[in-house]
Every structure is written in structure tokens, then in C-alpha cells.
Design a protein around this ligand. Structure first.
Ligand SMILES: [Zn+2]
Length: 431
């Protein structure tokens, strides 16, 4: 961070750090941040700030630690699959289903795309759960060893808001001036982070527009804002993202011509890290005092840093394996798998067989096994053979084609038109 030729970020470093800390928050316990359909509305459980608890903690985290989780049913999922993914243990899943009225309220009849929100203890105990069924919201809360049920009609309002701003001194000042809520700002930057490095690429006069939806209950904003469309213009080049529910029933972001924004594989399993050892076929091993190949990539990171799976998949191994120490291996589509070694502990709900989605926390950096210091040993494997992920041409996520692309273009027109409108206005904020 030393060599900024640009003064764009001069003098705002404390705020930058603050925003980065905040940005760590919603990803922590969330499997699917997006995916709201009006008929699946559920009562939100306010997220408790977890930032402070991220760094210490790890393998022996206090039992009362709970995580706010949102997940939705994918095709072929049972409610049990989703609850397991949220980290709920089997005993509580059984107790929940056995609670009088819960099945009658529709829990086991939820369909693909419907959403569950809950608070789960790191011991696998379910504390609260909310889901929408037939125009009602159903809330379940823990009472002793069992659960109590509460069903009531939902009165929820949605409001679509638009914000637009222009960078003068710093991006963060511009976001503030445009009154972009923190949660929206963070998601917007995240959307474009595959194309733009906001620390290096920004220039004065860059500008942005965002259209997002907020959920209100009794006039109070609740839940996570959802970005419907966004644009960032960097050095005159426009990057755009539009939310679309695809044929698989998943809401994803696409460019206006139907290319997915999300890459099939993340560039790195850590947010902030640097490579200390690359992929080589021969390397002197500091502990074993031998020349050994290093068929992975080492990332320096503090103990407790969150390690994310680079792609959707299923955990094929989570446990101790020789020199790897605590290791998680994720099997992805096709012949691809990824492995994360020397972990201090595993992410919530991570065990053999768990399904994971790209960006989900599967563990925390440590130095278990043969490690001279805290770091992540990351391997990318094809058909079980380690490859250098930085040298591979990996497949990208699925592009919309044919009839679906036509459907997307029609559906997204309203949002691209709003972005055009916002860009034309050149004002700081617009409701
Ligand atoms: Zn290594």
C-alpha cells in the first residue's frame, strides 16, 4: 500500500480499514446473500457484529457463539440439506421437524429458491429459524431442548432506490456523499472486484450508479439490501451488472449482454494476502531439510483469517492429514478440486459431504501440520493431480445463451434503462 502515485486514498486510510472490516461481515455467515422472491419473504434476524470474534476464537470458540445464516433451497435440496449446510446438527433437525405445527406450517414443502434465515450456534444448535410459506411468515425459536412456533401474516414493503456519485478525492467520500448505504457499497465493490482493483485503478471523475431494493417492515429497513443493477465507470470504460434469476432458479449477476460476473473460480481463497511460495517442482523444505516440490501456493495471512472455497462444490475431506495438518478438500464440478491446508479450524457446518458455495468460509488460517508459521497452503487439483492455478485457463461460469439470453435481455432492459437515466443525471443522489 506504500506506492500510491495517486493521492486518491491519501488521508483516508482509517476509513478504508473500517470499510474493509465491515465488508468482512455479511459474507461470514451467509451462503446465499441474494435470492429474494416476494413470496418467500421471511423475518430477518438482525446480524450481530462478528468482526471482533473473527481473529481470536478459532478451534476453541465459545459455545455461545452464534452465526446468522441465510440459505435457499436449490433444486433437489431437502430442507434437511439446507439446515445441514447452515450448520444445524441432525438432532436439532429432527427436533425441529418433530415440533408440533412446524411441518403443517410448510417447512417440508418449501420449494427451490425459497429461503431460510436462521441463527445457528457453532455447536450446531438451532437458535432461531424463519421462512415464508403461503403468505405467512413462520418463526421458530429455541425453548430449552425444543422449539416454539409462531406464524403470522406478513406485511412487507419493498422500495427500489437509486444512487449515483462521482469520485473526486476518494471513492469512500463519493459513496458517502451519494448516501450509498454501507451494505450496498460493499456489495457493489464486490461485484466489480473481478474486473477492477479499487486500490490501483481508480481515477478522479470515475463514477458509479446503483439501483437496489430494500425491504421494509413497519417503515423500518430490514434485512440485506439487494442490488438489482449497478454501473461503475472507470477511466471512461463502463462496467455493468444486472441481477437475474436464471433457469436453475439462482439469482446471479450478469453483464448486460449475458456474461456472468462471477468467475467459476475465485482468484484467491483469501481476501487480503500475499503469496510467499509459488507452485514449483523443487524447493528446499525448511522443516524436512530436503529438496521437495511445492505443488501448491502458500499465502501469508494472520492466524484466524477466513479461508473461502474458490468455487461451489462438496467437501470431500475435512480433517487431519499428515503434513497438511487440518485440511479441507472441496470437490468441484468436473474433475476439479481444491485443498486448503494448515488450518486452525473449520468453518461453520464444514464436514465431509457438506455442500459449499463459492466464497463460503471453509476454515481459518493456522499453522497445523508441517508449517513454519501461520499460512495457508492452497492446492488446485485436476483429477487429483496438483496444478498451478495461476497458470491455468480455468473455465468461466455459464454464459446465458439462446432462449434464456433473450429472456434475460427482456428482463434486464428496465434496469439498464435506469442506469442510462442515472448516468445522464450527473447528480449526487436520486430517489
Ligand atoms: Zn505450501
Amino acid at each position: 500500500m506504500q506506492g500510491h502515485r495517486h493521492s486518491l486514498f491519501a488521508g483516508i486510510r482509517p476509513k478504508t480499514r473500517w470499510l474493509l472490516a465491515v465488508s468482512a461481515l455479511p459474507l461470514f455467515g451467509m451462503v446465499a446473500a441474494f435470492g429474494v422472491a416476494p413470496d418467500t419473504d421471511t423475518r430477518p434476524v438482525p446480524a450481530r457484529t462478528l468482526v471482533q470474534s473473527l481473529t481470536p476464537a478459532l478451534p476453541a470458540a465459545p459455545a455461545e457463539q452464534t452465526y446468522y445464516r441465510i440459505d435457499e433451497l436449490a433444486r433437489g435440496d431437502t430442507v434437511g440439506d439446507v439446515l445441514r449446510r447452515m450448520g444445524v446438527d441432525d438432532a436439532d433437525i429432527q427436533a425441529l421437524v418433530a415440533t408440533p405445527g412446524v411441518v403443517g406450517a410448510g417447512l417440508t414443502r418449501l420449494r427451490a429458491g425459497q429461503r431460510l434465515e436462521g441463527r445457528v450456534g457453532d455447536d450446531g444448535s438451532l437458535q432461531t429459524l424463519a421462512f415464508g410459506a403461503r403468505g405467512h411468515e413462520v418463526r421458530v425459536r429455541r425453548v430449552g431442548d425444543g422449539f416454539a412456533l409462531d406464524t403470522q401474516p406478513v406485511a412487507v414493503e419493498y422500495q427500489v432506490l437509486m444512487r449515483s456519485g462521482r469520485v473526486r478525492d476518494s471513492l469512500y467520500d463519493a459513496l458517502d456523499a451519494a448516501q450509498v448505504p454501507e451494505g450496498v457499497a460493499e456489495k457493489m465493490l464486490d461485484l466489480f472486484s473481478g474486473d477492477l482493483d479499487f486500490r490501483r485503478d481508480l481515477r478522479p471523475d470515475d463514477h458509479f450508479s446503483v439501483v437496489y431494493r430494500m425491504r421494509y417492515r413497519d417503515g423500518e429497513a430490514v434485512g440485506e439490501p439487494q442490488i438489482l443493477a449497478a454501473e461503475f465507470v472507470n477511466r471512461g470504460r463502463a462496467y455493468r451488472a444486472v441481477l437475474y434469476r436464471n433457469a436453475q432458479g439462482r439469482e446471479e449477476y450478469y453483464t448486460p449482454d449475458g456474461q456472468p460476473l462471477k468467475k467459476a473460480f475465485l482468484k484467491s481463497p483469501l481476501d487480503n494476502s500475499r503469496i510467499t511460495s509459488g507452485f514449483t517442482l523443487a524447493r528446499y523444505h525448511p522443516l524436512l531439510h530436503t529438496m521437495r516440490a511445492h505443488k501448491g501456493i502458500d499465502y501469508a495471512a494472520p492466524i484466524g483469517a477466513r479461508v473461502k472455497t474458490v468455487a461451489d462444490g462438496r467437501v470431500s475431506f475435512a480433517g487431519w492429514q499428515n503434513g497438511y495438518g487440518r485440511l479441507v478438500v472441496v470437490q468441484h464440478a468436473g474433475l476439479y478440486s481444491s485443498a486448503y491446508g494448515h488450518l486452525a479450524g473449520f468453518g461453520p457446518g464444514i464436514r465431509k459431504g457438506s455442500r459449499v458455495t463459492q466464497g463460503q468460509v471453509i476454515g481459518y488460517v493456522g499453522q497445523s501440520g508441517l508449517a513454519t508459521g501461520p499460512h495457508l497452503h492452497y492446492e488446485f487439483r485436476i483429477a487429483g493431480v496438483q496444478k498451478n492455478p495461476l497458470a491455468l485457463n480455468l473455465p468461466s461460469a455459464r454464459t446465458l445463451a439462446g432462449a434464456e439470453r433473450v429472456r434475460f435481455l427482456t428482463a434486464s432492459r428496465i434496469w439498464t434503462a435506469r442506469l442510462d437515466l442515472l448516468r445522464g443525471t450527473r447528480i449526487a443522489a436520486l430517489d
